[in-house]
Design a binder for this molecule. Sequence first.
Ligand code: TXA
Ligand code: MG
Length: 312
Amino acid sequence: MRIEWLQAVTKLRQGEVIALPTETVYGLAASLFSSDAINTVFRLKKRPFDNPLIVHVAKTADVACYVKMLPQGFEQLTEAFWPGPLTLVVPVDVLHISEQVRAGLSTAAFRVPAHPLTLQILSQTGPLVMPSANISGRPSATSYTHVEEDFGIDFPVVDGGESKKGLESTILVFWGEEGDGIWEVGRLGAISQEALAEVLGYLPVLRKSKEEVPICPGQKYRHYAPKARLILEENKDPHICVVGFSDRIYPKGAKVFSLGASDSADEAAHNLYRILRQLDEEGVEEAWVDLSFPEEGLWKSVRERLFKAASS
Ligand code: TXA
Ligand code: MG
């Protein structure tokens, strides 16, 4: 059910949970200060309690009161990428961010999203936690209809159009002391490692775990998965259904679900979750995925999501 931005502000202030648009994917929003609402977020999403939430704020300065220190590089990164699809995980003052939000860690994740409606709402409500607005394990939602598919047509959603990026934010995790430390990628996303390197002066490595503990707890769970089985092997015939590109020809009879032009990672990212959801809508049981695209930049994030979507 679509609601206006002012209704959204009222509901959030009353401790209700609603969905909001962002440039990456839609988010399930609750006030940072309402532990009941945050509990509802976990319950609605069927999200494990050991998976922490991202705190969304209206502007960079709003992070200062929660953190122990602003790590080296924080200013450059936020200046270059906020508002935008970058999440920064930093050590926090644990008295100011509840254990529920941090899932017991001594750090928290922050982001200023780049969607005008949601920024306007955030400026009225203060910080909001916002996991992606999908049932855990399902492909994320990139339009208000996707949110309704997962949470029902009566669930309140601010309709902000299709999410521009279509992939979640890239997560950078800081390790070290104030003046000395490094950033590592905990989750690939809408900003490439190469783009981050231009600002950091070094390529932040993708690190899945540290001493066997996943650096982004959410990464250990099944993700982005349609009910359809995705086939990633190169030469498997026959391909009845194909997730591929609009400018390529596939075997006769194949129904093609198009990620867009084969030279546009932006298009593929933008269309990916809609296509994964469409497979289910059309009752597709098995689809072959065309993985002939580059290994770097935003393509790397698209590839990672496809592999996650295929593994069950
Ligand atoms: O683009 C996005 O980031 C979207 C939109 C709505 O902003 N949000 C999103 O949230 O993707 P969610 O909850 O689906 O994913 C958050 C990820 C999880 O993998 C979680 O483990 C990680 O962020 N995370 C949150 N706090 C963390 C922390 N303190 N340390 C490490 N990872 C953290
Ligand atoms: Mg998610």
